[in-house]
Structure formats: C-alpha cells, structure tokens
Design a protein around this ligand. Structure first.
Ligand code: GDP
Length: 296
C-alpha cells in the first residue's frame, strides 16, 4: 500500500497502520525550509518520528521530551531563528543537511534519517526540487510557515500556490514502485497544502487513476479536526466538508472514509470513528482501511 502523507493527521494514522499493514510513504515537501543552516522537512520528520514512536504526541511535531536550549541561546545571542527547533530535533536536521552537503539526494538523506531512527518503512520525499507553498493573503504573499507559524493562520486567504512545482520531477524510485502498486491511501491530511503538492508533480495524479484509492477525510462536519485546512480549501473554491475533500480527489478516488458524524452525506463513502486520540484509535482505523481495500 502507498500512503500519501502530510505532517499531522496521516502520521497519527501511520502509528497504528504499521501494526496491521505493510506500506510505503510519499511525503509532502512543499513546507520545507532552511533554518539556521539546516534543511527542515517538517512532514518527513513527523512521519519518521511517528513511525519511530518518538513524536511529541501532544503537539504532533518535534520529539517527545525535547529541550530548546540552543534555540533559546541563539535568541539571547541576538538571533531569532523564527521556528521553535528542539535540541534533539535539530540533530535530525543536521544529519539530513550533512548528507545533502555531501552531494547526496533528499531521497538518500531521508533513508539515512529513517535508518538512524530504526524505521524500516520506505519513505520518499515527493521530489528532489525545492518547492515552497505560498499563501496569497489580503496582506500580500507569504510562505506557508510564515502564514501558519508566525501569523497563526490569521490573514485572510485568497489563494495558495506551489512555487517551483512546474519543474519538479517524481523521483525515479517512486515511479518504479508506483508501477507495481495497486493500493493508494490518502491519510487524513490537509488536501490543499499536504496532498495537492504531491498530486501536482508531473503526471502523479494520472498515475493514480488505475489504482484502488481510498482517502480519509480530515474534515468532520464543516470543519477540520485541526489546522488551517478549512480556510485553504475555501480559498481554492472547495466546500469545507467531506464532499469538498472528495471533490479534490474526484478523478481517481474510489472511496472516502468519513467520520460517523457524517454517515451517508455523500455517495461512495463509508463511515467510522475517524478521531485518533491514541495509538489504539489509529490501529482501529488502520484495520478498518485494510478491510476496505480487501473489499474494493
Ligand atoms: P500538516 O502537514 O501538519 O498540515 O498535517 P497533515 O496535512 O498531515 O494533517 C492535517 C490535517 O489532519 C488537518 O486537516 C486535520 O483536520 C487532520 N487531522 C488531524 N488529526 C485528525 C484525526 O484524529 N482524525 C481525522 N479524521 N483528521 C485529523
């Protein structure tokens, strides 16, 4: 099974799915940034930390129990790096960046980091090229990290685009694996900022059409479980509802898993409890999805 992932909802699911199914992951990299000399891949880090069971499962980013001494000391020395980066988390970024500085690819660097954390699943960045998610707001254009981390998602959103996406290529290893793959799962991730970038690379979308594809809705009722997905979907012209999610994936999706609160609201959907508050919740949802693939 191929899983497409962002950095919160899907990593939550992967913590449980790893107990009940085999899978490989293609991860969004359109939120990546260089901070204090190192490359941060927020979504890849969350996938690796979730699979290694070291993720801070209260915030859903960074490492459980991490400290922020270096971040604070930099501030005292007069340099605000903008993003809160934990001391242990920074070690991951240094390792990744040293592999890149040695001339290797992001695919290689991701393998190195995953191996270092004892993660046996194959995890791929969506592409090697540097892509930036730009949010067009009433206050001008800003990088997604500025919109979400610095401005707390407050500005009014008019549009979202992925700078550099036209020249991005699907990594060769991903292409090869995709050819042999028949099952695609889109976890409960932000359809606009996490999944759309992946689908926008070359003909990735078209490559999913002949496969069995299931998505889990990150929207329950008329609102996301967390994060800015609602605002961004609206700006892109989609309804903020499970129907809106199904519309984003309409050309290749076979089935949408909606929350039991939304049972029967759209065709080609099945309902279950999709809220994951614990690893047990994630295992249960993972088992549900595995059974659905068997029936498709
Ligand atoms: P990001 O990269 O941090 O934006 O993370 P993702 O795109 O992977 O995940 C964000 C989405 O996950 C949000 O739209 C949330 O609504 C959704 N989400 C988070 N936790 C849950 C959950 O327990 N259940 C469901 N159904 N969705 C969730």
């Amino acid at each position: 099974m191929l899983v497409l992932s962002g950095g919160t909802g899907t990593p939550k699911l992967l913590q449980g799915l790893k107990e009940v199914a085999d899978f490989w992951v293609v991860v969004n990299t359109a939120e990546d940034v260089w901070v204090s000399g190192n490359k941060i891949c927020p979504d890849i880090d969350s996938v690796i930390y979730a699979l290694a069971e070291v993720i801070d499962d209260e915030k859903w980013w960074g490492i459980k129990g991490d400290t922020f001494y270096t971040h604070q000391r930099l501030k005292t020395l007069g340099f605000d790096e903008g993003m809160m980066i934990g001391d242990l988390d920074r070690a991951t970024h240094i390792l990744r960046s040293e592999v890149l500085r040695a001339g290797k690819s992001l695919c290689d660097a991701t393998k190195t980091v995953a191996n270092a954390y004892g993660v046996r699943h194959e995890i791929f960045p969506m592409c090697e090229e540097e892509i930036s998610t730009i949010v067009v707001t009433d206050e001008g254009e800003m990088h997604f990290q500025e919109f979400w981390v610095v401005r707390k998602g407050e500005p009014e959103v008019k549009d979202v685009y992925f700078k550099g996406i036209e020249r991005a290529k699907i990594p060769e290893e991903v292409k090869k694996r995709l050819e042999k793959e028949n099952e695609v799962l889109i976890g409960p991730s932000n359809p606009i900022t996490s999944i759309m970038p992946i689908l926008s690379i070359e003909d990735f979308r078209e490559r999913l059409r002949d496969k069995r594809a299931i998505a889990i809705s990150p929207i329950i009722g008329k609102a996301p479980v967390s994060g800015p997905a609602g605002k961004l979907m609206r700006a892109k012209g989609y309804e903020v509802s499970p129907k809106g999610v199904a519309d984003v994936y309409a050309d290749f999706l076979d089935l949408l898993v909606v929350d039991e609160a939304d049972e029967g609201v759209i065709e080609k959907s099945v309902a279950t409890n999709t809220i994951m508050k614990s690893k047990e919740d994630a295992i249960r949802l993972g088992e549900f999805v595995v059974r659905l693939f068997d029936r498709l």
